[in-house]
Design a protein around this ligand. Structure first.
Ligand SMILES: Nc1ncnc2c1ncn2[C@@H]1O[C@H](COP(=O)(O)OP(=O)(O)OP(=O)(O)O)[C@@H](O)[C@H]1O
Length: 244
């Protein structure tokens, strides 16, 4: 459902991606973890068809993301950017209606419920806290009937109770869909994801099921495994092994 093959992306002198490859099949939640500047957002933006790679290619639902045909695939794709601010002067409900209108669906009731905003959904977005805005956008996007979900730190700034709800929901929505989930929260990735890609310096340095990765590095948890993977990669000159 999601495939990136040898992605290369340069921004001037910065080599953001240096041959990144990954695959996410139906029913799978794949985690994308890596330090700041590792290339996670760049990968998601290429996969969402927002920017073109300088090398390699990406496919979603079998269509190349840099092809004209990709426009048709976008109906089935929900991409949540790292930073997205709903329009201040819309109410929460009007924002959900706007997003659902773009996708040609009317699932506003479910989105309102998921947002957990209660009566505040009738208030203007400018009166919301940061976490409330995030919950609104996540709720709107998780309910458009997407077959491919790409979520860049969906729970950033969201309180613990609502973060748990979002994770549960992502799990539910993954039935019949593929999810690529970028997060700095290792506990979240460990509990939610079926498979995890460790990214550093624009390449995948390792990948596997969270428990397998922990075992591979003799680590107590995914966080420890990640730190060890980073250390090993820098000791080996910065380049990781290709994914298995
Ligand atoms: N539009 C851009 N112009 C110039 N450089 C960019 C641009 N977008 C990304 N980069 C650079 O590409 C590299 C990868 O950035 P990216 O945003 O993909 O990292 P990330 O893994 O998402 O980081 P973070 O965890 O901090 O969100 C960084 O060095 C960044 O400065």
């Amino acid at each position: 459902m999601i495939r990136a093959v040898g992605l290369v992306k340069r921004f001037g002198r910065v080599e953001a991606l240096r041959g990144l490859s990954l695959e996410v099949g139906e029913g799978t939640v794949a985690g994308l973890v890596g330090p700041n500047g590792a290339g996670k957002t760049t990968t998601l933006r290429i996969l969402a068809g927002l920017i073109k790679p300088d090398g390699g290619f990406a496919e979603v639902l079998g269509v190349r993301t840099d092809s004209p045909e990709f426009r048709k695939v976008k109906r089935w794709l929900a991409y949540l950017p790292e930073e997205v601010l709903p329009y201040d002067n819309l109410t929460g409900r009007a924002f959900i209606e706007f997003i659902h209108g773009l996708y040609g669906v009317d699932n506003v009731g479910e989105a309102v419920e998921i947002s957990g905003l209660g009566p505040r959904v009738e208030d203007k977005v400018k009166t919301y806290s940061k976490g409330m805005k995030r919950r609104l956008v996540v709720a709107a996007l998780l309910t458009v009937g997407a077959r491919v979900l790409m979520l860049d730190e969906p729970t950033a700034g969201v309180d613990v109770v609502h973060a748990v709800e979002i994770r549960k929901l992502v799990r539910e929505k993954a039935r019949g869909a593929a999810v690529l989930y970028s997060s700095h929260n290792m506990l979240e990735v460990e509990t939610l994801c079926d498979v995890v890609y460790f990214v550093n310096n624009g390449v995948v340095i390792d990948s596997g099921r969270p428990s397998d990765l922990a075992a591979r590095y003799g680590a107590a948890n995914l966080e420890e495994a990640f730190v060890k993977a980073l250390r090993q990669t820098s000791a080996a000159g910065g380049r990781g092994a290709p994914p298995p």
